[in-house]
Write a protein that binds this ligand. Sequence first.
Ligand code: NAD
Ligand code: DAU
Length: 350
Amino acid sequence: MKTLLVTGGCGFIGCNFIRYVFEETDFSGTVVNVDALTYAGNPESLADLAQAHPGRYVFVKADICDKAAMAEVFDRFEVDAVCHFAAESHVDRSIVGPGAFIQTNIIGTYILLEEARKRLGKIKRFHHISTDEVYGSLGPDGYFVETTPYDPSSPYSASKASSDHLVNAYHRTYGLPTTISNCSNNYGPYQFPEKLIPLMILKAVEEMPLPVYGDGLNVRDWLYVRDHCTAVWRILNEGREGETYNIGGHNEIENIRVVQTVCDILDEILGTTPNGTRKRLVTFVKDRPGHDRRYAIDATKLFNELGWRPEESFDSGIRKTVQWFLDHEEWTNHVKSGEYQTWVEKHYGG
Ligand code: NAD
Ligand code: DAU
């Protein structure tokens, strides 16, 4: 692998992944980061890397749905591996407006697959980043395994499921050397503050109401983002072609407990407010339509075949995350301004 094309590298997981590649692996080639810079993309997240590795880190502002632009990227940089993160990623947004999800997640993935197919033999690996949400909702017991039938609930998860099927089809039909990973909920530095954990941190700091959907007993299986990155790197390099790997670290927690934990940590670091503990800010609100009740990943295949293990527990990861957001006010203020703020005002009235 000499030139790794990373799509969506200015988003949450993509920027953590590129950081990981430069900081902790022995990769000596070039990373080309293609990102359209939607509301969720922020090149600032990698500004120091761009300075530290001129020539080895290249940023191209482009839309993965732009066929001509993608063809140029593959040719100009002689791309020989792809790690595809770019997506519309927020379930609530997909409920309000599915169009962008169909476009980027399905059509965008198709465009990239086609460019890779045109270069069969040259492309050593096409790794597609996907989600556990493709499997739908679990009851109180059981885990998602790689053979769990797809049963997506939201336009977001349906679009990710479609892209997974396309990736598998390109492997079976054309022999493209693909891999897919389906990961559980990530959290950590640089996560866009529309997702549960950063949203609750920032609102709790400002002592604003903390909106918990429904009864707050929906369960998500949390993984610290750096652990997702180490798993993706392992699969990209050592995963078997045509295979899917589930990624998760057995951290199933009810939403209400996640929010209470964030409140407790903030009370500990900042002190309780004159009105008391931040838990009092929890406000139960109308449930998300089609809200999946529980996700839980069985990552045995990844453990056994590739020897991957997560390093962070939820306790250690959530503390690091709260502290990171407290230390990076400038970053959060910047990403929350502009297009995102306009969208929140339009759909939620502020
Ligand atoms: P994100 O929303 O933070 O970032 C997405 C990035 O993709 C942004 O930088 C955005 O500008 C870019 N992008 C969007 N549309 C584009 C387009 N048409 N062309 C080029 N770039 C475009 O998302 P994330 O949370 O970092 O998720 C990354 C990937 O991981 C997604 O594929 C998502 O489905 C998957 N995933 C996320 C999680 C999670 O918990 N966040 C868990 C499992 C899988
Ligand atoms: O499981 C992997 C998925 O995790 C990824 O594929 C998605 O890209 C990512 O956004 C995430 O999806 P979720 O819908 O699980 O994440 P979100 O942070 O939006 O919500 C987590 C849980 O918290 C979910 O049960 C809904 C609830 N929630 C969310 C928000 C934003 C609230 O109760 N209140 C909120 O304000």
